[in-house]
Design a protein around this ligand. Structure first.
Ligand code: NAD
Length: 341
């Protein structure tokens, strides 16, 4: 069965491609290489022994999207990762984010609505919850006003899919609300590419451990949490990738109860910034140079998932511990550094 993975050379898309191939799916990757390189294909081949088809297409180009679907009539589903994801940049360039994250989504849905039946998986985010009132966060927690254009694109994206599904029964869609993806494939053949200054904690931690960055700032040590630092739900990217495969299979097998569904994808366990740093120190045997500084505006204090719905309905559960995920992130960091010297 042929599945399109947009953004399939990116961090989560490449790991999902591997898991899809392992299950026997034929993958066609669309990526414009704006945040990835073609070398990722070699990493995928090294793991699975199979080179996915790849087309370099910018999904903002509507005519190219139309042409792609004309040439690939046998597409059974689309997993849509392609998007811009830097929260800070989205504040400075909102239109770039609305065009890349919303425009591309609309073009894809338009093409899928021409089909007799199509399955669609969307990369959403726990940012839609903002600072939720209750922990752990369930899927019916209210969606809070977005803090950034990036966050807004995920909320609007979900609404666009939901409204499209209401009037297009041929499209069956699932939005997966990721908590905090981290780590890399345990083979260290693929991982998060070190492009620019990391936006997320874990690559910052491993880069500091590798000596690329002198020190890591911990924003806020006076939150009313156990150790005073912020708490997030860190999920191993391989576990996250597997969630996409089971969600897709649910749609392809027609097991979905509604034609638009939403699932949290996390571990259900919150870890503080200091716990993440301790995990790094445990798995690497290195001391990390960190400093607690003032709070960062816009940061929420605590977010971790209630994963009951994904566990029970999808039959999926995150398997890796924080240390296992950290070990893979550290292995990947070392490999990237070795190749860049
Ligand atoms: N990584 C996270 O922490 C996180 C958390 C929640 C949600 N998400 C969402 O998950 C998805 C994947 O994230 P990621 O971390 O793998 O990001 P990534 O940047 O590594 O991957 C995205 C890929 O999409 C490609 N791309 C971007 N715009 C494109 C376009 N117009 N046409 C074709 N290709 C395009 C990029 O080149 C890149 O390879 C994104 O939608 C992101 O918003 C990520």
């Amino acid at each position: 069965m042929k599945i399109v993975v947009t953004g399939g050379l990116g961090f989560i898309g490449s790991h999902t491609t591997v898991e899809l191939q392992k299950k026997g799916f034929e993958v066609v990757i669309i990526d414009d290489l704006s945040n990835s390189t073609e070398k990722v294909l070699d990493g995928i081949v090294a793991i699975t022994g199979k080179r996915p088809e790849f087309e370099k297409i910018d999904l903002k180009e509507k005519s190219k999207v139309e042409d792609f679907f004309k040439r690939h009539q046998d597409i059974a589903g689309v997993i849509h990762f392609a998007a811009s994801k830097a929260v800070g940049e989205s504040v400075e360039k909102p239109l770039l984010y609305y065009e890349n994250n919303i425009g591309t989504l609309v073009y894809l849905l338009k093409e899928l609505s021409k089909k007799q039946r199509a399955s669609f998986i969307f990369s959403s985010s726990c940012t839609v919850y903002g600072q939720a009132d209750k922990m752990p966060i369930t899927e019916d927690a209210p969606v809070k006003a977005a803090e950034s254009p990036y966050g807004n694109t995920k909320q609007i994206g979900e609404e666009i899919i939901q409204e499209t599904c209401k009037v297009t029964p041929a499209i069956n869609a699932i939005a997966l609300r990721y908590f905090n993806p981290m780590g890399a494939h345990p083979s260290a053949e693929i991982g998060e590419l070190p492009i620019g200054v990391p936006q997320n904690l874990v690559p910052f931690v491993t880069q500091t451990g590798a000596g690329i960055r002198e020190q890591i700032s911990v924003f806020g040590g006076d939150y009313p949490t156990e150790d005073g630092t912020c708490i997030r739900d860190y999920i191993h990217v391989v576990d996250l990738a597997k969630a996409h495969v089971v969600a897709l299979e649910r749609l392809l097998d027609g097991k979905n109860e509604e034609n638009y569904e939403v699932f949290n994808v996390g571990t259900g366990k919150g870890s503080s910034v200091l716990e993440v740093i301790q995990s790094f120190e445990r798995v690497s045997g290195k001391k990390l140079n960190y400093k607690i500084v003032g709070r960062r505006p816009g940061d929420i204090m605590t977010a971790y998932a209630d994963t009951t719905k994904a566990n029970e309905v999808l039959g999926w559960k995150a398997e890796s511990s924080l240390d296992e995920a950290m070990k893979s992130a550290w292995l990947w960091e070392q490999r990237v550094r070795k190749e860049s010297v």
